[in-house]
Design a protein around this ligand. Structure first.
Ligand code: GLC
Length: 442
């Protein structure tokens, strides 16, 4: 992007998207398809807002933590009182957990913990005195959330947390998780629907495919499988202990853990600035986490893979999550360089419109379908940040420019075809708008 006017226009249009998606104190991801407040979406949105409306950026995060549970978990969805409130509240029934929020109806699982990153990005734009007040306000909710993660989701104290649903990773139908889900015994009714080919009929009941072509979303069978995993978790009242006792799905996701580790560092920084000492148990977990990604490194495959919590087997499929250790900051320079080569390798993640969400040689790559191939602005944003910190300045700059150009040419889509650059998924998607502002302004 050379033309400064282009950038000014793009930022103005991005601000308009965030304005249109504003619902009181929070911002929805996109009209119609995503009617609530989502955890990591709100953090990305706040990162964008911090560049021009600091009050609204703070309000976004304060609204998010209104949904925080008594055990510290920040849920992945906080329900908006508007359309779909009743329907989704009834689906999730967060009240069945003794720990759920008193203030808000929410989902019962979490999402990638990038809250500390968002808090710091806002803090950097504030004068020193206000920054301290802001950090002090957000410190406790952050400590409670990270403590919940290591207490509930790392029972063996390995420094790696597990997730119980792919929705927790933010990458709903990502092939490594779908592979794991298909290995567990799914309810017979899903099999029947598949055999009798009733999925076309059920498709008509889907909310998401009213606005986005079915070929760009998860398949109906995958969608039903995701729903059934969620129902099993709900039956255990969203309790990590009960989930493990019933041997439900539990995966140490490489993307989630990479994001968590980076955000542990951010939280340590916040504590230092406001002169607080992190609880000892948490500091111990942070120290372990710094080395924990090495457990997910697969020598033979020369890659990071997610791992089954129970039998410690890697799921040997390379998705975009396999590259996110770059963002963690907790891998060696040598390993970072290996990941950079994968981004450039045309057989793997190299693409005309990078970076695809699935490696092209994985046997599961589909350039149009949700998390099975399309390029996403948020994962690019993580990679740009990581590339920069590992000294790959040129690659970071190239990816920054190609990401901005992709959005400028096609609009604020949810994701883009890595082959053609075509915009896919939801239109006027908030985090695409917010992160483009962040990429241009920083
Ligand atoms: C989809 C995405 C998830 C996102 C949500 C709201 O479910 O996979 O990452 O948070 O939409 O935008």
């Amino acid at each position: 992007m050379s033309d400064i006017n282009d950038e000014v226009n793009l930022v103005d249009n991005a601000k308009q998207v965030l304005q249109d998606n504003r619902h009181g104190k929070h911002t929805i991801p996109a009209e119609g398809i995503y009617p609530h407040q989502w955890f990591w979406d709100s953090c990305f949105i706040a990162i964008g807002l911090a560049n021009y409306d600091i009050d609204r950026a703070q309000a976004e995060l304060l609204s998010l933590i209104k949904g925080q549970w008594h055990n510290g978990m920040i849920p992945h969805m906080v329900f908006d009182p508007g359309a779909f409130y009743r329907q989704d509240r009834e689906l999730w029934r967060s009240k069945i957990s003794p720990f759920s929020s008193d203030d808000r109806a929410t989902s019962g699982i979490t999402q990638p913990p990038i809250l500390a990153e968002a808090v710091i990005r806002i803090g950097k734009k504030l004068p020193k005195h206000e920054r301290l007040i802001w950090y002090k306000k957000m410190y406790k909710p952050l400590v409670r959330h990270h403590s919940w993660l290591y207490r509930d989701r790392d029972p063996k104290k390995t420094g790696l947390v597990f997730n119980v649903h792919p929705w927790e990773t933010g990458m709903d139908d990502t092939p490594p998780w779908m592979f794991a889900i298909n290995k567990i015994q799914l309810p017979i009714w899903i099999k029947l629907i598949e055999i009798l080919k009733l999925d076309k009929l059920i498709e008509k009941l889907r909310r998401d495919t009213k606005t986005v072509p079915t070929t760009q979303r998860e398949s109906t069978i995958d969608g039903l499988a995701l729903l059934s995993v969620m129902q099993r978790i709900r039956r255990r009242e969203y309790s990590s202990r009960k989930i493990l006792k019933s041997k439900l799905l539990a995966i140490e996701d490489v993307g989630f853990n990479s994001i968590l580790i980076r955000n542990n560092h951010h939280l340590e920084h916040i504590a230092k600035i406001i002169d607080e000492k992190l609880p000892e148990h948490l500091q111990e977990s942070f120290n372990k986490a710094n080395h924990a990604l090495s457990h997910l490194w697969h020598d033979k495959g020369q890659s990071y893979f997610s791992r089954n919590f129970y039998n410690q087997e890697n799921i040997e499929l390379e998705s975009i999550a396999s590259l996110l250790p770059l963002y963690s900051g907790a891998i060696s320079q040598q390993q970072a360089d290996i990941l950079v080569k994968k981004i450039q390798n045309d057989i793997k993640f190299g693409a005309k419109y990078p970076v695809p969400s699935m490696s092209k040689d994985s046997g599961h790559f589909n350039p149009n379908r949700f998390w099975q191939g399309p390029s996403w602005v948020n994962t690019n944003w993580f990679l740009i940040d990581g590339l920069d910190r590992y000294g790959h300045k040129k690659q970071a700059e190239d990816l920054r420019n190609s990401t901005i150009a992709m959005v400028k040419n096609k609009g604020f889509y949810e994701y883009f075809s890595p082959d053609t650059g075509k915009g896919e998924g939801a239109k006027n998607f908030s985090w695409t708008a917010a992160l483009v502002i962040s990429l241009i302004k920083n």
